[in-house]
Design a protein. Structure first.
Length: 318
């Protein structure tokens, strides 16, 4: 009986791990010829991939878990254009609205769009990172001035964390919630901050500097490695928490704008590009951190099953 029970569990634990070559980019889905604003990929709890501006500025695209592309929202509220997207635990989308100086919230079933937070002094909210307990940070570059800000968004209000930055772009909270990473596209630097218990930023330091090409969106995996899109170079760089380059993944396009993790096990990367009609994809060794946050039931480090006094341990199966 114990053997039967274990055999029942094996497809659940191991069947969701497709075997494929790691770090080799392929085309995922064709999303149209208008790609100059394609950005903000994010995967929800049902496996759907959302992204912005596939058909025109102000639109939101969606690719369901079966790979079917559709226009999710044809046009946001007048004056609004989204860039980065994050998915909350309740399934609602948070959008960085760079023309409206907002963070927007979208309920996916009704598609109702509301203003989550507004800040008229913001340059143009660009990308978002969402940690545990709804901790939300936003990057905010001024491309004309070559400067930028970092904002924390709490209770519907923007709070300035650092106003002495270059062109802030990609932004991500580390697993464990203790470090905030922010990159500057023009200055080609990746910065790290410690996040205090009261959610302030301290100990600003350079993690990594590139000599050429730009940077755009970036995301962490569960081990704390950063995947940084290299705009203009056509690659995604995997960087350790110590700033060491571990891997560079060559893409088909030259202008990757952002990255997200999804698939059945969180080990499939999806990359938006602004010079092709396709979203590209590749497999990675470890699940994305945001995927883990939104799918915590799959990520129990040690699950014990008891059957007539026999314990079966399944440890870190993803």
């Amino acid at each position: 009986m114990n053997n039967i029970y274990f055999l029942f569990l094996m497809p659940l634990v191991f069947g969701c791990q497709p075997s494929s070559t790691l770090y080799k980019a392929t085309d995922y889905v064709y999303v149209g010829d208008f790609t100059t604003g394609l950005e903000g990929p994010a995967v929800d709890q049902k496996g759907a991939l959302y992204f912005v501006n596939p058909d025109h500025n102000g639109s939101i695209g969606k690719v369901d878990a079966e790979g079917n592309f559709s226009i999710f929202i044809d046009q946001l509220t007048e004056g609004s254009t989204a860039n980065g997207i994050r998915i909350q635990k309740n399934g609602n989308l948070l959008l960085a609205d760079y023309t409206g100086h907002n963070i927007l919230e979208v309920e996916p079933n009704s598609k109702k769009v509301t203003v989550f937070a507004h800040e008229p002094l913001a340059n143009q909210p660009n990308d978002l990172t969402l940690g545990t307990n709804s901790l939300l940070f936003a990057s905010d570059p001024s491309w004309a001035e070559g400067t930028g800000n970092i904002w924390k968004v709490v209770d519907g209000k923007f709070e300035l964390m650092d106003g002495n930055m270059g062109t802030t772009n990609g932004i991500e909270i580390s697993p464990g919630g203790k470090i905030l990473y922010v990159n500057e596209s023009v200055q080609r630097k990746v910065w790290a901050y410690d996040i205090t218990e009261d959610k302030m930023l301290v100990n600003k330091r350079v993690l990594l500097t590139f000599d050429d090409f730009g940077m755009d969106g970036m995301r962490c995996d569960v081990k704390g490695n950063l995947y940084i899109t290299r705009y203009g170079k056509g690659t995604v760089v995997k960087v350790s928490p110590k700033g060491q380059i571990l891997q560079e993944i060559k893409l088909k396009g030259k202008k990757p704008s952002n990255i997200a993790f999804g698939g059945k096990d969180g080990k499939t990367a999806f990359v938006t590009l602004q010079d092709r009609g396709y979203i590209e994809t590749f497999r990675v060794s470890d699940p994305g951190h945001s995927f883990k946050i939104n799918n915590e039931i799959l990520f129990t480090n040690a699950t014990t099953f008891s059957k007539k006094g026999t314990d079966i341990f399944i440890k870190e199966f993803l």
